[in-house]
Design a protein around this ligand. Structure first.
Ligand SMILES: NC(=O)c1ccc[n+]([C@@H]2O[C@H](COP(=O)([O-])OP(=O)(O)OC[C@H]3O[C@@H](n4cnc5c(N)ncnc54)[C@H](O)[C@@H]3O)[C@@H](O)[C@H]2O)c1
Length: 376
């Protein structure tokens, strides 16, 4: 088991990472002297696959353990679900001496974190992420929230958990497309760390993004370290934490225009490609870097539906991104590995060209026999 200290300024805490670790959760809870009234919020798909194991594990804890099964899917990040869970907690007579344990992916974690942060002005929270994306990203850093009025993650706050327990065994049942979505987010870290992490992530991508890749444990561990170090420097995202949005402005446009049919991490991968091309177009990187950096998102497997996306529609959504200033999207771009440029505003024609170019490359990958130009 690895024990990683997440040095968030507001509340330093630990992330435990390993395989077959979940069984240790009751011991960790009692050792941390956490509240004895518990609501376990479990993603419905995770409940189907792991429900028996989860209940058996908690049976060794002589605490008041209750369950709420959260319908899987992005739609659950809603005020309706927040209200339903809050109501359940009131019925259970939960006071401040209560806690929430989230067992699921980013949807379950974001919603549970938000409920825990507002119930009685904040109760304890433990994250047990079960998707690759939530293991390397969403469970770390304290961001939580829901979607409102057709906008993503626009209601929420930053509240840190008591601890995070990552058991890689949960990945055994994760559908392949969800695993790939996590890999899209993992590709982002290749540009946030050092050249050795870039090389390791490149090898993993060249090897076909395999769940049983011998280096996956190491990659998850390194991504957590990178995210933790960013959160330590800027928990509230007033400055350096913005680097975590690399590729995300384009991704937001891609996800929204696909009506969220393209998974977040896949959109991030395509967004990374567009951000790399844009970095080249405005002279931040040279041709050699363009070619070396583009290789990673070009190794991703994209769904056919991405070929039909409308660039103008994606660009329109990008202007409404919550990170936009006066309807002008703000980009994180690349100077080099580990050297990012933040708050970059770019001429809209270049943004359009970069996204068009990225999507054309992807179209060529998806239809290798067709003669779409691969020239930039
Ligand atoms: N808080 C943050 O910092 C942050 C960062 C990145 C993304 N996010 C949010 O995370 C969400 C995406 O997270 P996600 O990719 O984990 O999606 P998700 O939570 O929707 O999970 C993806 C799918 O996998 C299923 N699933 C989860 N674990 C499983 C398992 N072990 N076996 C089988 N099926 C399993 C779920 O039921 C769901 O159908 C988005 O809402 C995004 O906005 C938050």
């Amino acid at each position: 088991m690895k024990k990683i200290k997440i040095e968030s300024p507001s509340k330093p805490h630990f992330c435990y990472f390993g395989t077959d670790l979940f069984e240790k959760l009751p011991k960790l809870i009692s050792a941390s002297q956490l509240p004895k009234n518990i609501l376990v919020i479990v993603d419905s798909n995770v409940n189907k696959l792991w429900g028996k194991n989860i209940r058996e594990t908690f049976s060794s804890l002589t605490y008041n353990v209750n369950y709420y099964i959260l319908e899987a899917g992005e739609k659950s990040k809603s005020f309706t679900k927040v209200q339903t869970i809050l109501k359940k907690m009131v019925e259970l007579k939960f006071n401040r001496d209560s806690m929430i344990i989230s067992i699921g992916g980013g949807v379950c974690g974001d919603l549970s974190g938000f409920v825990a942060s507002i119930y009685n002005r904040g109760i304890a929270l433990v994250h047990v992420p079960t998707t690759l994306l939530s293991m390397i990203d969403s469970s770390i850093g304290g961001k939580n929230g829901i979607n409102f009025a057709n906008r993503k993650n626009n209601i929420g706050c930053i509240t840190q958990p008591e601890f995070i327990l990552i058991d890689k065994k949960f990945l055994k049942t994760l559908p392949k497309d969800e695993f790939l979505s996590g890999c899209g987010e993992l590709l982002k870290y290749a540009f946030l760390g050092d050249t050795s992490l870039f090389k390791d992530i490149s090898k993993f991508a060249q090897n076909g993004f395999k769940e049983n890749d011998a280096n996956l444990d190491n990659l998850i561990y390194k991504c957590i370290l990178v995210k933790s170090s960013v959160v330590k420097q800027d928990e509230g995202e007033s400055d350096v934490r913005k680097v975590l949005n690399l590729g995300h402005t384009f991704a937001h446009g891609i996800e929204s225009t696909s009506n969220f049919k393209i998974a977040h991490g896949i959109a991030v991968s395509a967004g990374l490609l567009a951000a790399i091309i844009l970095s080249y177009k405005i002279g931040l990187i040279n041709e050699k870097q363009l070619s070396a950096f583009s290789e990673l998102p070009l190794l991703m497997k994209y769904p056919e539906s991405i070929n039909k996306l409308s660039v103008p529609s994606a660009i329109k959504y990008m202007a409404s991104d919550k990170k936009s200033v006066n309807a002008s999207p703000q980009f994180v771009l690349i100077n080099d590995i580990g050297e990012l440029a933040m708050n970059v505003e770019v001429d809209s024609a270049l943004v359009n060209e970069s996204l068009t170019s990225a999507l054309n490359f992807i179209k060529t990958l998806n239809n290798p026999t067709k003669t779409t130009s691969r020239k930039k």
